[in-house]
Structures are given as C-alpha cells and as structure tokens.
Design a protein around this ligand. Structure first.
Ligand SMILES: NC(=O)c1ccc[n+]([C@@H]2O[C@H](COP(=O)([O-])OP(=O)(O)OC[C@H]3O[C@@H](n4cnc5c(N)ncnc54)[C@H](OP(=O)(O)O)[C@@H]3O)[C@@H](O)[C@H]2O)c1
Length: 224
C-alpha cells in the first residue's frame, strides 16, 4: 500500500497502457480523480461518524459462547489484537496469541487469568512466537502449529505496522517492512495454515484492515 497523494490530472502520458505489464520505464498509475475523492470521503466519513454510528452498541459487545472455536490472533500483545484475544478467551474460545514478544504475551495471560478467576473456567489461552518481519519465523510458527494436528477455526491477521514519516526500512528477507508485516507475511501464514483451517472448516481468515486502503495505489513491475 502506498501513501496517498493527489493524482496527476489525466493526460495521455499517464493513461492506461494497452500492455499493462511492460515494467521498466512505465509511470506508476495513480487513482483517478473520482476514486481518489470517493476514497477521501469514505475516510472522512469514518473518522467523523464511526463513534456516533456505533454509539448504540454495547461496549464490549457480548459474544455468544464460542467454546468450540480455536482462534489464532496475531499481534495480540497490544491494541485491537489484545482486546480481540481477551474477549474471545472470555467467551470460551481456545485462543493462541501469535506474538513477537512472548514474555509480554505470557504476562498478559497471567493478568487475564487473575482477573477472570471466580467468573468461570480458567481461560483457554496460550502464547506462541511469531515475528512477521522474518519469513523464517512465519514458517517456524506454522510448522509448530501444524505439528499439533489441531484444527483451526479462525485466523485473525491483526498484527500490523504504520510507521508514518520514518525512513524506509527493509527486512532481512529484503522486503519493505510495511509490505512484509502487513501483507506478505500474513499471506504466507494464511497459506501455510490452510491445511489446519480446512480441518477446522467451516473456518475463517479475518484480515484487520484500514479504511485508508481506499486511497492505495498498486502498480506491478515485471522484471523479465
Ligand atoms: N488503530 C487504528 O486506528 C487502526 C486503523 C486502521 C487499521 N488498523 C490496523 O489494525 C491492526 C491493529 O492495529 P492497532 O491499532 O491495534 O496497532 P498496535 O496497537 O500498534 O498493535 C499492533 C500489533 O502488531 C504487532 N506487531 C507489529 N509488528 C509485528 C511483527 N513484526 N511481528 C508480529 N507482530 C507484530 C505489535 O506487537 P508488539 O506489541 O510487540 O509491538 C502489536 O501487538 C493493524 O493491522 C493496523 O494496521 C488500526
């Protein structure tokens, strides 16, 4: 995903080429004016009205019992993922926190177990190491999970980064970090966990995304 910028006015030099995968020397396509304005309206609408439109909902939303579900939640040591993991566990799911900081994950589990004591059975929650900045770590995680032969019902690809204004950085695998953490590694994880997801069918992969994706541009460069 690339940060948005106003697209240049349509001109013959930026119009769609008849052979889209020519690669070298081809200008990066921007969004058309209409898509760009529509994208911004969507983002502004979310920013202004999300809370108002959701104000009638209970917070947290009560979940039905999900005792039969096994869910892997990536990036569950903070933010949205942390809340997803806790609420799913409290609703009875078997939750696997897939996190890069195993110690922080274990400390959270201890805290949640203590807070939950006396309200029901102990939470069925565990932590496994996953660093999306390393494709080797993704493979290791999937191998460790698949070795258990346990069915997986829900994979929640929540972990993500958004380092605005920072210098561009690359992973050891050679990919731009946002590209790897937000897209490539979750895609690899999803593919490697497919056998387990199929065993847990009907199963789901949930990708936590951003409305800003409406402003993304995408270009393909084919190196022959
Ligand atoms: N909050 C928003 O307003 C918003 C808006 C649009 C989209 N989103 C998306 O929602 C998701 C969660 O956002 P959030 O606001 O909850 O973010 P957050 O609080 O920064 O949490 C991100 C989580 O991702 C984990 N993570 C980062 N790099 C990782 C890596 N290399 N390997 C494994 N885990 C990694 C972090 O781990 P550590 O705890 O170890 O740092 C953290 O647990 C993200 O995908 C984000 O793009 C959020």
């Amino acid at each position: 995903m690339a940060p948005s910028s106003p697209p240049p006015p349509p001109s013959p030099s930026t119009s769609t080429s008849s052979s889209p995968l020519k690669g070298e020397g081809r200008k990066k396509e921007g969004l058309g004016w209409i898509e760009w304005i529509r994208g911004w309206l969507y983002v502004i609408h979310e920013m202004l009205f999300q809370r108002i439109l959701a104000s009638h909902l209970q917070n947290p939303l009560p979940l039905p019992p999900v005792n039969d579900l096994t869910c892997i939640v990536t990036g569950s040591t903070s933010g949205i993922g942390r809340e997803i993991a806790r609420q799913l566990a409290e609703a009875g799911a078997h939750v696997v926190m897939a996190v890069r900081n195993v110690r922080a994950g274990s400390e959270l589990i201890q805290k949640w177990q203590t807070e939950w004591a006396g309200k029901g059975l102990p939470l069925n929650i565990e932590v496994m190491e996953l660093d999306l900045l390393s494709l080797e770590s993704v493979v290791r995680f999937a191998e460790a999970w698949n070795a258990t032969s346990r069915p997986l019902n829900v994979l929640i690809n929540n972990a993500g980064i958004f380092a605005i204004g920072e210098p561009q950085k690359f992973s050891r695998d050679g990919y731009e970090e946002h590209m790897q953490v937000n897209h490539l590694a979750p895609a690899l994880l999803s593919i490697l966990l497919l056998p387990s997801l199929i065993r847990g069918s009907p199963s789901r992969i949930v990708n936590v995304n951003s409305v800003v994706s409406h402003l993304a541009t995408f270009s393909v460069k084919l190196v022959l």
